[in-house]
Design a protein around this ligand. Structure first.
Ligand SMILES: *Cc1c(COP(=O)(O)O)cnc(C)c1O
Length: 225
């Protein structure tokens, strides 16, 4: 059995240590516990341990899990960390407090449109493809400035930061540093970077949000495609 409470405690301690090592205030870092593929019973122990910020990568899965958990626990903040199709925007707006994966104009347009209709103005991160990988979602580093301006100034979206998923076979530190640099020149404070394998590095390099799944909940079964 995975002891998720002990794991959560360990991750929190390591975040605090990494923050100190990076001369950063510990409370500048939000732990987003990534509960994708984990059933409600598996999530409850972390809620009981006080965790309130969670990440899911599928709209449908989140919709089947979180409305009930929100009835049992106050103060939950749910982040979408997976790709969002425009035909799921309405549902996503009703489920999520934060959407971390704004990665194209069409999606930004739809978020503005539907957000206005529903009276929802979630906090948004723009996903940046720091490794310029063709198979990966995200805005190219050299197009981020224009895209931020479009989302913020033309659409009036509440852009709070940038998010990245570095290439698996590269040192993540240079990608984290690049993301921090692009955010700084755009006046954005939020930096969502770092997962189970590299969140301590990310915290040292300025992450405001780390997205940690398997280090808390244990290894996930391999994805079926
Ligand atoms: C699954 C996922 C995570 C968490 O990954 P772990 O390695 O299990 O911590 C973080 N970010 C995104 C975008 C994910 O899809």
């Amino acid at each position: 059995m995975t002891d998720v409470k002990a794991n959560l405690e360990t991750v929190r301690t390591k975040i605090a240590d990494a923050a100190r090592a990076g001369a950063r205030p510990v409370d500048a870092v939000t732990l987003v516990a990534v509960s994708k593929t984990i059933a409600s019973e598996g999530v409850v122990p972390t809620l009981e341990a006080g965790q309130r910020v969670f990440g899911e990568n599928r709209v449908q899965e989140a919709g089947g899990k979180w409305p009930a958990l929100r009835q049992d626990f106050d103060g939950i903040e749910l982040h979408l960390i997976g790709p969002l199709q425009t035909n799921k925007v309405k549902e996503a707006l009703s489920l999520f407090d934060v959407i971390q994966t704004v990665d194209r104009r069409k999606l930004a347009d739809k978020l503005a449109q539907e957000g206005e209709k529903l009276g929802r103005r979630p906090k948004l991160f723009i996903q940046v493809n720091t490794g310029e990988e063709p198979q990966k979602a995200g805005i190219s580093p050299n197009e981020v400035d224009d895209f931020v301006a479009y989302c913020r100034d033309d659409l009036g979206l509440d852009i709070v930061g940038l998010m990245c998923i570095p290439p698996v076979d590269e040192n993540p530190a240079m990608h984290f540093a690049l993301l921090a640099k692009i955010a700084a020149r755009n006046g954005l404070e939020g930096l969502s970077m770092g997962m189970s394998g590299d969140y301590e590095t990310a915290v040292r390099l300025g992450a405001t949000h780390v997205r940690v799944g398997s280090a808390i909940f244990g290894e996930r079964p391999p994805l079926k495609t």
